[in-house]
Design a protein around this ligand. Structure first.
Ligand code: FRU
Length: 495
């Protein structure tokens, strides 16, 4: 039975969606159907399609009582909106259906596991959000909340685990057919930890252990965990809040964390070997992955950051978009990301330049656009001094641009959207340390109307940022202080 709250949300999105033109949305990145979108939820392959749900408040382009929006795709790039899947309509989730995940059940139904939020009055009169884990079961369109919700609550927490920070279950099916999930939690002292739970059937859940503890290393609370096997290792993703910077690896505020290690499935013990950021740009948070039928691990994140949401005005018809789906791999013990290979089918009108030697400013015929896939290789000119700085500017007209610049002597790559038309005093730049690029800097830059994603050195690092520069600003130009040689291959990406 669909509740009144969900019916209203469905009616509203159906009506208001029509007022948003196709051109006002990204071309191939998923954005809110109407209103607000944050984390990817329930990213799964079900009945021959990729399902993406998302944290959703349809009524305004700002965060509000969380619903789950819903879209499906056959190729990760053409998304079709489906009616909102969940609304905050039960006593245990009346203040929000927070993030969660999905899995197929053996009987063919689709299981959603999410965090139910309920505000509770404390002795001092303050309200705090109590978080529990809940289920809903459906057919890929309509979902019924489980009558025994919540299935995990404070009774299922380890000692010192806070019931106010207990959220974002990521479920997976194990080889023996049983289920497991990881959930973000905070110890009473304030530091984050990831809890592991198992279930024989997806409905009855048991607490197992603390899979990983932050111990105040990376921020405080860890949100939105994901845990999976990749190239013989295991990867734990989390999104820490309240980070302090560590060199250029981690920055202040909400960040992303990737821990790569070994996992003993018998004893359920995770041994961390390596840590790194998932994305080195400005806007990326709360990623979630899916395993494709052909065995690829594909990740999508919320291409936004809590601290920079004011970049887009609340009057806009939608706020919040997902990142490009990225195929993950581990090479030399590190996380690599490349745009899903499906994107290659979107490319047309190839323009290519090889070994163009230049000083100062370079513009090339046919190199412009706001839906673009562009590969650049920049090298020092043989026999010449190493250049001081290289930059590529895009989304450019006489007033505006966003840029990516590289200083080979310092090995620092910087993304800068200060001149993108933003009128807010938020973060507009971020720098990242790119090793070994002084002899050859290789970049793949993907533009999709309101965003840029930069894949450095075949995916060793990624930098993502949103920008809302007017679409008429579609120039691309290159700059070098000194002399450099550049190869450019550029495609337009499908409308
Ligand atoms: C992360 C997050 C989650 C929570 C959701 C609420 O961005 O804070 O921890 O479930 O957003 O919308």
């Amino acid at each position: 039975m669909t509740s009144q709250t969900l019916r209203e949300a469905r009616k509203y999105e159906d009506m208001v969606e029509k007022t948003i033109q196709k051109k006002e949305r990204p071309n191939f990145h998923l954005c809110a159907r109407v209103g607000w979108l944050n984390d990817p939820n329930g990213f799964s392959y079900y009945k021959g399609k990729y399902h993406m749900f998302y944290q959703y408040y349809p009524y305004e382009s700002k965060w509000g009582p969380m619903h789950w929006g819903h879209a499906v795709s056959g190729d990760f790039l053409h998304w079709e909106y489906l009616p909102a899947a969940l609304a905050p309509d039960e006593f245990y989730d009346k203040d929000g259906c927070f993030s969660g995940s999905a899995a197929a059940l053996p009987d063919g139904r689709h299981l959603l596991m999410y965090t139910g939020v309920l505000k509770e009055r404390q002795k001092n009169g303050e309200f705090r959000e109590v978080q529990t884990q809940c289920l809903a079961v459906g057919d890929g369109i309509d979902y019924e909340k489980y009558e025994q919700n919540p299935v995990l609550d404070e009774k299922d927490l380890p000692d010192e685990g806070s019931r106010f920070d207990f959220r974002d279950p990521k479920i997976w099916q194990k080889k023996d057919g049983s289920y497991a999930c990881v959930i973000g939690n905070r110890q009473t002292g304030g530091s984050g930890q990831i809890l592991l739970y198992t279930s024989p059937d997806g409905f009855r859940w048991n607490y197992k252990k603390v899979l990983a503890a932050n111990n105040d290393r990376y921020g405080r609370m860890w949100e939105c965990p994901d845990f999976f096997e990749l190239d013989g290792k295991w990867v734990l993703l989390a999104s820490p809040q309240d980070m302090l910077p560590q060199g250029l690896e981690y920055h202040n505020g909400n960040g992303t964390l990737c821990l790569i290690g070994d996992y003993d499935e018998e004893t359920e013990t995770f041994m961390e070997l390596h840590n790194q950021s998932v994305d080195y740009g400005i806007d990326f948070y709360a990623p979630q992955t899916v395993l494709t039928p052909d065995g690829r691990r594909v990740m999508i994140g919320w291409m936004q950051n809590w601290d920079t949401c004011s970049l887009r005005l609340p009057e806009e018809p939608w706020m919040g978009q997902m990142s490009l789906p990225r195929e993950l791999a581990i090479k030399d013990g590190k996380l690599y990301q490349t745009p899903v290979r499906e994107l290659e089918k979107f490319r047309y009108s190839k323009v290519e330049y090889n070994s163009v030697s230049f000083s100062n400013i370079l513009r090339l015929d046919g190199i412009h656009g706001r839906c673009v896939d562009m590969e650049l290789v920049v090298r020092p000119e043989e026999g010449q001094k190493l250049y001081q700085k290289f930059a590529v500017r895009f989304a450019q007209d006489e007033n505006y641009h966003t840029s990516l610049s590289f200083r080979p002597r310092e090995s620092i790559l910087k993304i800068d959207r200060k001149f993108s038309g933003s009128r807010r005093a938020i973060i507009h730049q971020r720098r990242s340390f790119v090793e070994g690029a002084d002899t050859k800097l290789k970049l793949r830059i993907i533009l999709d109307r309101f965003s840029v994603e930069v894949f450095v050195d075949d995916g060793r690092q990624v930098l993502s940022a949103t920008m809302y520069t007017d679409q008429t600003a579609d120039g691309i130009s290159f700059f070098v202080d000194g002399t450099a040689v550049i190869d450019v291959v550029k495609y337009d990406l499908c409308e």
